[in-house]
Design a binder for this molecule. Structure first.
Ligand code: PEP
Length: 252
């Protein structure tokens, strides 16, 4: 069966001192057991320090964004090879905040996804609908457009070394979690969409849920058949909160 991945997206939060305390707390409290892994995604300036601190522990480190370019005159951007060089295992691409606030299109996200893969960094592709889209009954078509852009560009084979995160935009940072059934429905749809091109890859790809996941609701979500972990914002900023989700993962 698929392992569970519990990933923390710190967004633009933290400081050297706060991060050191957070990572120490997480590393010290990793639940016993197997079948799950933990990942933290700090802001770019702190990646090297967090990689060094987490070295030798069960906690992996990823970035929150990446350029689609390998190198060159792209002021302010960070190349996928640089992330690999620093020791990052993962990178989040297409987070709804990047799509909504920075105008990233699905094509742009697909290019970033491919560039990360080519550099040996596992992309976590975020997809998800807004509240208006859900209410209009277009959830599946919105997700299909976001997913197909990557399937068409990178090919289904790329998903053998990638992760998908379903993050309903209306649930991110709002405290409004999707019910386990609502999330499971969309996760099953995503897996079926990948299975149209490869049943084998669909059966293996991890699909995380993101949107106000916390200790209290994690078990209900993580025990759904197509939910293979969580992408966690707010609750990843305190070791205790993050570890409560990790605990649910260890028991799922
Ligand atoms: C996120 O930003 O990916 C997220 C899921 O945030 P939160 O857990 O705070 O809803």
């Amino acid at each position: 069966m698929r392992d569970i991945l519990v990933a923390g997206n710190w967004k633009m939060n933290g400081s050297s001192a706060a991060n050191a305390e957070l990572v120490a707390g997480i590393v010290a409290g990793v639940p016993k057991g197997s079948g799950f892994s933990l990942l933290v995604c700090p802001p770019f300036p702190y990646l090297a320090a967090v990689v060094a601190q987490a070295d030798g522990s069960a906690v992996k480190v990823g970035a929150q964004n990446v350029s689609e370019h390998k190198k060159g005159a792209f002021t302010g951007e960070v190349a996928p090879g640089m992330l690999g060089d620093l020791g990052c295992d993962y990178v989040i691409v297409g987070h709804s905040e990047r799509r909504a606030l920075y105008g990233e299109t699905s094509e742009h996200v697909a290019a970033k996804f491919q560039a990360a893969l080519a550099a040996g960094v596992t992309p976590i592709l975020c997809v998800g609908e807004s509240l208006e889209e859900r209410e209009a009954g277009t959830t599946q078509s919105v997700i299909d457009e976001q997913l197909d852009a990557v399937l068409d560009t990178a090919g289904v084979g790329a998903f053998a070394a990638a992760v998908i995160a379903y993050e309903p935009v209306w649930a991110i940072g709002t405290g409004m979690t999707a019910t386990p059934e609502q999330a499971q429905d969309v996760h099953a749809h995503i897996r079926a969409r990948v299975a149209e091109q490869s049943a084998e890859i669909a059966a293996k790809v991890q699909i995380l849920y993101g949107g106000s996941m916390k200790g209290e609701n994690a078990a209900g979500l993580l025990t759904q058949p197509d939910i293979d972990g969580g992408l966690i914002g707010g609750a990843s900023l305190k070791a205790e909160d993050f570890l409560a989700i990790a605990e649910a993962a260890a028991q799922a």
